[in-house]
Each structure stands twice: as C-alpha cells, then as structure tokens.
Design a protein around this ligand. Structure first.
Ligand SMILES: Cc1cc2nc3c(=O)[nH]c(=O)nc-3n(C[C@H](O)[C@H](O)[C@H](O)COP(=O)(O)OP(=O)(O)OC[C@H]3O[C@@H](n4cnc5c(N)ncnc54)[C@H](O)[C@@H]3O)c2cc1C
Length: 477
C-alpha cells in the first residue's frame, strides 16, 4: 500500500504553535502540517512595531539563554546571528522605595543575594530588615516538600521586609501575579531545591556563584533579543515552514475525535478538515472550549488555570524631558508602594537600536492579577496614569512625543500553588485521547524558551504516535 504523508493540525500561531509546526517539519519533512491561527497576524503576544522613530516590542521584548531551548532553535534556523545582548554598561535595575528609584543590590538573584556587601549597603532595607535577611542561613529547612506560595517561602526564609521591598516586586513583576498564590514549585523550583540541598538559599546561591562567579549584572547578560525586534524571530520560524502551512484568520471552534483521526472545525464556513493528529497551542481556557466535546473533565481542568490581563503603554520622550539618568534597564514597583503601575522598562537603554540617541523609549506595565481593574480604564486614562507615575518617579516632564497602549487580555496564565499537580492531571487526560497534544505557556513555563520546549516536545510525541498508528493501519488488513 502506498504510504501517505502524515497530516497534522497545529492550532495557534503563537511561539508555541510555530515552534511545534517547525519541529514537526524538522523531524519529518514529508509530514503535512496545517497551522490554524485566529488572527491575521502570527506571533500571539509577541509583536514588534515601529512607533515613530522607535522600535517597540508590545509584549515580550527578550528571552533568556539560561534555559537553552530558544537559543537552540535560533541556532537550528540560522537566526542566532540576529541576536543582540543587553547593553553591557547599564546592567542594573531599580526598585521603587519611598518614592525614589533604588538600585537592586548587585548580585541579588530574584530571591537571594550572592554577595552580602551590596545588601548591607542598600538603602532599600532597614538594619533590622538586613539582619533578618542575613539570618536566612539559620532558618531551618522546610520539613515537607509541599508546594508553597512566593509570600510563604520568602517571608519564612528572609522576613517580611526583604519580601515586601525586594523579592515581591522583582518576582511579582515577571509573573504579574498575586504573590500569595504564586506557586514556587511551578515558577522557581531552583529555590526549593537549594533549600533542600543546602538548607539555605543564601548558601545555595553563593555556592552556585563560587562554581561560576557572577560578573556584575550577570543575570542580565543572559538575556538576548533579535536586533529587529521579537517579531523577527516569529517570522524567521514561519519562513522555514512550507508555503501554505499557516492559515491566518481561521479560528478553530472545535476539534473532534473520529474513528480514524481528528476533525478540525473552524468558525469560517468550510467543511471540517481531517487530520491524523492535532496539537493545540492556544490559551488553556480556549483549548477547553474546542476540546470539551471529547473530554468534559479535561475541559474543566483546562478552565481551572486562571489568567491575568495587562496593558503595556509605550511612551517616547525627548531625553532632556527626563531628570533621572536612566542608567539601568528599568524599575519594578512593590505592591506595598500602593502605586498604579507594576513596572517600567527603559527599552532604549536595554537594547541598541530601539530609539534614536536623543529619545527615551519607556514601556510601562499596568494591570496584572492584583490590579485587574486597571484594564477597565480607557487608553487615554491608562496613558495619563503612566505619565503621572513617570513624572513622580523619574521626573518625566511635559507630554511624551508619542504614546501608545496595547492590552493583553487574559494573556498571562497564573501558576497558583498546586499548578504542577493540575498540569499532571491535564497531561493524563490528554494521554487518554491518542493523537492529541497540548502545548503553550499555560503548562510548564511562561517564558519563551519554555513555550518553545513545550511546542517541540509535544510535536515529537505527536509525530511518534502518528507514525506508530500509520504503521499499525498499514499492517492491519
Ligand atoms: C506583556 C507581556 C510581556 C512578556 N515578556 C516576556 C519576555 O520579555 N520574555 C519572555 O520570555 N516571555 C515574556 N512573556 C511571556 C511570553 O511572551 C508568552 O508566554 C508566550 O509568547 C506565549 O506564547 P504562546 O504561543 O504559548 O501563546 P500566545 O502567544 O497566546 O499564542 C496563542 C495563539 O493562538 C491563537 N488562537 C487562540 N485561539 C485560537 C483558536 N480558537 N483558533 C486558532 N487560533 C487561536 C491566538 O490568536 C494566538 O496567536 C510576556 C508576555 C506578555 C503578555
């Protein structure tokens, strides 16, 4: 019998779906992949645009090379020569403290210091707070291995002050999360492992630093971005796919298992298409909607992953309008500061080529799990909030010469305590539906490298399954 190519549908054209489609072709160039994307553009929450003379990333603006999967993909598609590192001269960040920007103590890695002297010198903490932080080495190990929240772990080990003024804003800023719910096991398992191994995070971080001494701002040295903005990465992956693989403006309304494979139904009036396998790489609550007809429990589990929304306002100022030296990559705002923005990123400092010399490009983050009401404001109101806060914090005076806001509604999955158990349950349910895989930022990592790993691993599993099923069909008369 003539062997026909395996046909696979990938649903969702964000970085997870694109990486999956690319991996399928890479593993088997004979396989036919159709990628359904609801919108007219690919990339999902990755979107770079020109704003006047500036290059603005509306969502993600960089990725880490510490987790290797994004860099690895860039190397395989010959895109690594397009990557630039963060500005080596200004590798520092600030935290808002008493209405001022205070430098994050050098060597402070999200949760724990690798160097004691900068912590002793920082005006961010009182002496009492510093002593309590240093006493972390005396805090006994947690007795059980149960997951806990960021608030629980950080206050237990470092005390309330270091948590409120340093740890919460640094980590909360990344996940736009409620720290009292954010799962340590799902987001930063390395710290729980350090506690288990060394009995102290300070000891663990210092030990890691001894093996590999951190240069000043070493963490920032691990971040890279495409010279032309994050969309270039998305386009480079898409360019490697055969023509007609990507079908834009095709919203999938349902995927349904049949006796021989999977039917994909779209909202656009067309006959359902039939595939050997389906890889669903869209937000979990949307995956729930299209999969509910096959497995109601799976849909319920997918819907129980909560999402937060955020807005990013990009403001362009003339450099002389701003009093602050802007000698860092940006600042984060502690929840206890009671302000209406979460963080701001000085894009023109972070990466070369984002703005002309005489301009400052600042991206302000608003909303998140704790300030969801901000998304109810109109764009001009969000922009007014951003302008006022920048005026107070960095002395930005007068109107910006350009200002634009993008909203990311329900775009940020929230990994609450117990998330990994929920994901295992979802994976078990998916495994009962042969020929189905799910991927994306909802499951085992929100950062771009993790999304790529998620898409690629799902692609590999799905192709293996489809090939086995195809062999089985050929053998069965
Ligand atoms: C503001 C912001 C800043 C961030 N900054 C960073 C950063 O600097 N570094 C970093 O590593 N990560 C960052 N992240 C996280 C990272 O960008 C995301 O986790 C990742 O891009 C998500 O990719 P994804 O493909 O899983 O999902 P998405 O990007 O959400 O893509 C899903 C796609 O599926 C499509 N879709 C949905 N429903 C359907 C349907 N029914 N049929 C067909 N298509 C459908 C959507 O249109 C979308 O294109 C940031 C995220 C946000 C929101």
């Amino acid at each position: 019998m003539q062997q026909r190519p395996i046909q696979i549908a990938v649903i969702g054209g964000g970085i997870s779906g694109l990486s999956a489609a690319h991996r399928l072709q890479e593993l088997d160039s004979y396989c036919r992949v159709t990628l359904f994307e609801a919108s007219e553009r690919i990339g999902g929450v990755i979107r770079s645009e020109q704003q006047g003379d500036c290059l603005v990333d509306r969502g993600a603006d960089m990725f880490t090379t510490r987790d290797p999967w994004a860099l690895d993909l860039c190397q395989r598609i010959n895109f690594d020569n397009q990557l630039i590192s963060t500005n080596g001269k200004q590798r520092r960040a600030f935290v808002v403290h008493r209405g001022q920007l205070c430098e994050v103590p050098p060597g402070f890695t999200l949760m724990s210091p690798s160097r004691i002297y900068p912590v002793l010198r920082t005006p961010l903490l009182s002496w009492k707070g510093k002593l309590r932080l240093a006493a972390e080495i005396l805090v006994p190990r947690k007795k059980d291995q149960a997951d806990e929240s960021l608030t629980a772990m950080a206050t237990r080990r470092f005390g309330q002050e270091a948590y409120e003024r340093l740890i919460q804003p640094l980590i909360g800023g990344i996940y736009t999360a409620d720290p009292e719910k954010l799962s340590m096991a799902a987001t930063m398992p390395q710290f729980a492992e350090m506690e288990r191994e060394f009995g102290s995070l300070i000891r663990g971080v210092r030990k890691a630093a001894q093996n590999k001494p951190p240069a000043s701002g070493a963490r920032y040295g691990m971040f890279v971005a495409p010279q032309g903005g994050m969309t270039d990465l998305v386009d480079a992956i898409a360019a490697r796919l055969p023509t007609n693989t990507i079908q834009r403006q095709r919203t999938v309304s349902q995927v349904q298992r049949t006796a021989t494979g999977w039917e994909v139904h779209t909202e656009q009036p067309q006959q359902p298409q039939v595939f050997d396998g389906v890889l669903v790489a869209i937000p979990a609550f949307r995956a729930a909607d299209i999969l509910a007809c096959n497995h109601e429990d799976l849909a319920t589990q997918l819907r129980s992953i909560p999402y937060a929304s955020a807005a990013v306002t990009a403001l362009v100022y003339r450099r002389e309008q701003i009093k602050h030296a802007l000698n860092g990559f940006g600042f984060v705002v502690p929840q206890c500061a009671g302000r209406r923005i979460l963080a701001a990123s000085f894009s023109h400092v972070k990466f070369a080529g984002r703005a002309p010399q005489d301009l400052a490009l600042i991206r302000v983050f608003l909303g998140g799990a704790l300030q969801s009401q901000m998304l109810d404001l109109a764009d001009h109101e969000l922009e007014e909030v951003a302008r006022r806060e920048l005026n107070e914090l960095i002395g930005a005076q007068g109107p910006p010469i350009n200002c634009q806001t993008v909203r990311w509604k329900h775009a940020m999955p929230q990994y609450h305590v117990g998330h990994l158990t929920l994901v295992s349950t979802i994976e078990q349910a998916v495994a009962t539906l042969p020929g189905l895989e799910v991927a994306g930022n909802a499951y085992r990592g929100v950062g771009i490298p993790f999304c790529i790993r998620s898409g690629e691993q799902a692609a590999q599993r799905l192709l293996t399954h489809c090939k086995q099923a195809s062999r089985h069909r050929r053998r069965t008369p």
